[in-house]
Design a protein around this ligand. Sequence first.
Ligand code: GDG
Length: 470
Amino acid sequence: MAVASDFVVVSNRLPVDRTDDETEPWRRSPGGLVTAVDPVMRRNAGAWVGWPGQPDVTVEPFDFDGLRLVPVTLSRDDVQLYYEGFSNDTIWPLYHDVIAAPTYHRAWWDAYVRVNRRFAEAASEVAADNATVWVHDYQLQLVPQMLRELRPDVTIGYFHHIPFPAYGIYAQLPWRKQVLEGLLGADVIGFQRVADAGNFARAVRRQLGYDTKAGSIAVPTADGGTRTAIAKAYPISIDASVYEELARRPDIRARAAEIRESLGNPKAILLGVDRLDYTKGIGHRLKAYGELLTDGRLSVHDVTLVQVASPSRERVQTYMQLRDEIELAVGRINGDADELGTTAIQYLHHSYPREEMVALYLAADVMLVTALRDGMNLVAKEYVASRVDGGGALVLSEFTGAADELTQAISVNPHDIAGLKDAIMQAIEMPQKERDRRMRALRRRVRENDVARWSQRFLTDLDSARRSRS
Ligand code: GDG
């Protein structure tokens, strides 16, 4: 059995990837969550429970880079039914306002219950008496309640990284009651936006009939009493200082200049960086940009759009179809607009190291974030943090969590193609003074609410919950 820990993080993926190198079989996978909880993990002899990323791999708990890692085994079937199926083809589209149609399969749900129980058991085994356990995201919504049943002594937090939909949409879910009950096993349930927390409270009232007041939910207990669960917004962020440091590095600045040069030093470089996902509104962005070129409001001699679309969920049918659609659109626009030696869209279906991402952020005059629905959107914050030169303009969809905070961006409704076209033009033509003023305000905001503040806010509330229990 693993050594007991006072602080346990539970997420679908462990913060490491398996390598082929026998001498170094694990490599840290970069990610916001790791940075966010790393200091707390170290202070509290923390453990991390998660899937190592490969099916049918069984590994005993091990220490890596100062972290105690507790791998949960998933079979090939589990990955297909629980992860690709229920998590990514039921919950993901449903919670993103049914942009794509969710699929409801009872066998997927059964696998979701089974795998959630496995995660809850692993967490229960590793948690010390009265430990704090922080569960993350939509793949594990049943873990809080399952864990509470196994270990009534622990304090449980849950953070939801994606949107929580309005009741009329949520109500479609055949297992809507079970999921709410699962989440309510937590003492603190964190959301990205105030609206998400409100949607959750409303679903709880409508489906379970519990009283909710200003983010406090009275959850009935087995002894006939009630306990309080808090449902509140904790907008996630990035480690802004890391991006600032990278953006100041001479080699990365030189790389940014090289990127501009290689694109023919156009008057304006537009940039999109997204996982290739239908929530990100890449198609709407391409449509608006393509029309600006055909209308003659933009010319390929003056502008280039760089679109990084990092590969994602490639075994899920909807994602295969999306890739075809996006690549067809890119091909059409380039075919119509390109001339020899110029290109309208540089489309890159790759993942890049973070250094290269920062060089791209620095090279881009305009960042386009046109998601149709997005929990937060960290790319918007990374772009802002990277602009240590004060330059650049951000076009930001109002349907992202980031829009609540980044109010000095050019706000767009990506469904309104005419409005999106105008917003792109506004960003390209924005006078320098206004650009500077907006970027200063954006940078201030991202610096103030960075990831350390986010985790501190959440964990402070969780600590109050722990103290009020004892
Ligand atoms: C979920 C929610 C919420 C992307 N391509 C590359 C790369 N990335 C990095 C970005 C950014 C991250 O991946 C993507 O984060 P987002 O927030 O934009 O979106 P999701 O992946 O959908 O994340 C979202 C988030 O959780 C956190 O709560 O904001 O709403 O959907 O950090 O930079 N990084 C590198 N190479 C790439 O090619 N290195």
